[in-house]
Ligand binder design. Structure first.
Ligand SMILES: [Fe+2]
Length: 184
């Protein structure tokens, strides 16, 4: 459970971090997030941060973890890209979870369900949606697209080329999984 105060504080923190990238069109992304419910969306239906505001909290955890892993690894990812990748890696999730209510109007035990009317793939869909609003660098595209690593069935086919050309992808994978498995 995340309190309303924490949801508000997380929104302020994420907006400040995104603005600090000084990336052209970042206001379009922030506007889209506010319009579509990014700051109140859960991060999953039952696995991690399956509560109102869970997506924003998870994204901040990934940001803090990725920032630390990136610095430990000699900072191969530029600072502004760390912010964009971590805070936006699950961008599509704000569109796919809906509140699940019982017939009497009360919230169900697992209060969210997944309804994806445009199943383009998790990483792919986030990149596609973001590219309509902001220009991502190839490194940012790769890190968001492949952040699920082996959990994405098509990762194995391209594993060698991804790890050779964009080893930074694995930092995002580790940051995401350290956050969801150990911090949440
Ligand atoms: Fe994630």
């Amino acid at each position: 459970m995340i309190t309303d105060e924490e949801i508000y504080a997380n929104e302020k923190k994420i907006v400040r971090l995104l603005r600090s990238t000084e990336r052209e069109s970042i206001e379009h992304v922030i506007g889209d997030m506010r319009l579509n419910g990014y700051f109140t969306s859960p991060a999953s239906t039952r696995y991690h941060m399956s509560c109102t505001g869970g997506l924003a909290k998870h994204s901040l955890n990934v940001y803090e973890t990725l920032d630390m892993l990136n610095k430990y690894s000699g900072s191969p990812i530029p600072d502004d890209s760390v912010k964009l990748i971590a805070l936006l890696h699950d961008y599509d999730k704000q569109f796919v979870y809906q509140e699940k209510r019982l017939k009497n109007g009360e919230l169900a035990k697992t209060p969210f369900e997944k309804k994806d009317s445009l199943p383009l793939g998790h990483g792919e869909k986030s990149v596609i949606l973001l590219q309509k609003l902001i220009e991502l660098t190839p490194l940012e595209q790769m890190c968001i697209r492949w952040h699920m690593g082996n959990y994405d069935k098509s990762f194995r086919e391209k594993e060698n080329i991804i790890k050779t050309n964009y080893p930074e992808v694995m930092l995002v994978y580790f940051a995401d999984h350290i956050s969801s498995l150990m911090l949440e």
